[in-house]
Design a protein around this ligand. Sequence first.
Ligand code: SAH
Length: 214
Amino acid sequence: MPKDSYLHKGLRKKLVQTLRQKGIHDERILAAFLEIPRHFFLDDAFAEQAYVDKPFPIACDQTISQPYTVAMQTQLLEVCKGDKILEIGTGSGFQAAVLHFLGARVYSIERHRLLFKKTTQLLKNIGFGGVRTLHADGMKGLENRAPFDKILVTAGAKEIPSALIQQLKIGGVLVIPVGDRVQEMLRVVRKNETQYDTERHGAYRFVPLLGDLE
Ligand code: SAH
């Protein structure tokens, strides 16, 4: 188990202040950022970067999303205790840990085998073994565990993969950044079998959602 300290906790308090100033108002999400040692999710040498509100490179040319982006996507999901949530793009595992902290049952899919292995082990080591991780193409969703209360995509999609829409419960919420070089954050609510409401929530930049496995 890596070490947490008062110094890190102090840095987390500052980060929470920043998130509050930027418009994150859900106290449970702010509590998650205060409690979860985000530096566990970065390599030791970069631990101090964990509490700066910026994205940061991790293994396999991928990134750990900016704290604000994680908080905003989580806020848009409106997570309830016991929600069954599918995350596409496990990456560092931090977002999955936040969802787990909020009491959700989390399935998280990663296409990079190396990252999948590393993060699965990490989550176990630091007390987030309850997150179910999978090595697969998340664009296909997770048919045998569908339908989901919420689906969260943390990589930039060219368009909304139809499997994800189909695997959403009626009343369920999908949060997904869609676009080519810059993505628009979409929040899609499934109204009934055939209808969806879509809201737009600003521009973001994500690593691309890719179909093939590595
Ligand atoms: N949620 C992550 C963000 C990681 S960046 C975090 O908190 O750190 C996005 C991740 O999506 C990358 O690790 C990338 O490899 C992964 N990814 C891209 N396309 C994917 C796909 N089709 N299925 C599953 N994972 C995918």
